[in-house]
Design a protein around this ligand. Structure first.
Ligand code: ASP
Length: 398
């Protein structure tokens, strides 16, 4: 009996969780433990690196062809505003929900901040102003440059009409070839995902997770709320797509996002799921998903606003309504500036803390528990982009 790729990925994830728990809780001799960890790490790295290998040509050909293929200019004129409006609204909703939940539950209050003194002392903060935030974001995200170049090339090809049909055909064919490569890489997904999850679970710091369990539960609960209530409601209201069918169609992409914690590495998989399983127009998906993966991150905006309030509670600082609005706005900006790679949100988190005068050293506490939390927010980031593609398709086709 041959198992489908989806089932293999599912079993890979389960095995990864089981190996991680065994490795984390069994007293193996240190060298046996480190050999296992090395093996799991290697499997995960090969998988992620292969996805990254195709990322830049994929983003370029996908966006350029996506824009250039949209012959109908009223269609392309509607895509931009719809995408921007959708991203802004859902990101703002995510940040506001996060702030409301933290105001309600007040996680962090009453925990002795001195517990984390060593971590905070060891953390060197490079203060981050708005201007050097912009610079660092741009230099870190080569991919943003690729997105811009692709957008301009797509527009140029569309404007030059018949004269550029040759190059457009070539770019379309290149895109198909890269998607074939993605199909091959995905055959390694069960092993890669097993390795990534086993390492993640084995290396989690259980006692720290326990100390901060209230905070972790609020973050996980609120992120899941956004992913299973708010976003699906938007999907249903605008496109009348059943959320259940949507989740079934996207599960390969969501498991990849969960285990890689990288929305850009997941991009090839989400492109495939959205076009093949949901029937979204190829040109819309090719444009909306890569742009969304770089700029639209609901999970990250939500997490950063919650984390800022957590740090304030931890330090016993009361944030006024105005400060919380500032937190929301900087968290939204920070989510745009964060590249879609593991724990990227922690870099831009410094800016959010500094915007309301909270100690940036507190990032040291957040980093210590970030990897498990990053898994879920990355899934929500990817989900937001995929729902964005459905919404844009619906509005554009009116
Ligand atoms: N890991 C997230 C992503 O790739 C970014 C973040 O750290 O929030 O979408």
């Amino acid at each position: 009996m041959k198992l489908s790729l989806n089932t293999q990925i599912f079993f890979g994830a389960l095995l990864g969780l089981a190996f991680g728990i065994i490795l984390g809780h069994t007293a193996f001799p240190p060298h046996t433990r480190s050999s296992f960890l090395f093996g799991f790490d290697l499997l995960g790295k090969i998988f992620i690196d292969l996805l990254k290998m195709v990322l830049i040509p994929l983003v370029f050909t996908s966006i350029t062809a996506g824009i250039a293929n949209l012959k109908n200019s009223s269609e392309s004129n509607r895509i931009w505003p719809t995408l921007i409006f959708y991203s802004f609204t859902t990101t703002a909703l995510a940040a506001i929900t996060g702030l409301l939940a933290m105001n309600f539950i007040k996680a962090g209050a009453g925990i002795d901040v001195h517990l984390f003194k060593d971590k905070m002392d060891a953390f060197a903060v490079h203060s981050m102003t708005f201007s050097n935030f912009g610079l660092s974001a741009i230099s870190h995200i080569n991919i943003l440059t690729v997105v811009l170049l692709a957008v301009f090339c797509g527009i140029a090809i569309a404007l030059s009409g018949q004269r550029s049909q040759g190059i457009l055909k070539l770019i379309n064919q290149l895109f198909e070839i890269i998607m074939t490569l993605v199909g091959w890489i995905m055959r390694l997904a069960p092993l890669g995902i097993m390795g990534l999850l086993a390492k993640l679970i084995a290396q989690s710091n259980a006692s720290l997770l326990y100390d901060l369990s209230k905070y972790i539960l609020v973050v996980v609960g609120t992120t899941l709320f956004h992913g299973t209530v708010t976003l699906p409601a938007i999907l249903w209201l605008i496109t009348k797509t059943s959320p259940w069918n949507f989740f079934l169609a996207m599960k390969e992409a969501f498991i990849t996002a969960f285990s890689t914690s990288s929305s850009t590495a997941t991009l090839p998989v989400s492109l495939r799921c959205v076009t093949e399983n949901l029937g979204i127009d190829k040109n819309i998906a090719r444009f909306v998903l890569p742009v969304g993966a770089v700029l639209n991150m609901d999970g990250t905006a939500m997490y950063e606003s919650m984390a800022a309030l957590f740090v304030a509670n931890l330090c016993g600082v009361h944030l006024t309504l105005l400060s919380q609005v500032l937190v929301m706005l900087t968290a939204m900006m920070a989510s745009i500036g964060a590249p879609g790679i593991p724990s990227a949100g922690m870099v831009t988190m410094i800016m959010v803390l500094q915007s309301v005068g909270l100690p940036a050293q507190a990032v040291a506490i957040l980093i210590a528990i970030d990897r498990p939390l990053d898994t879920i927010r990355t899934v929500v980031n990817v989900e937001g982009d995929c729902i964005g593609a459905c919404v844009v398709q619906k509005i554009v086709s009116y």
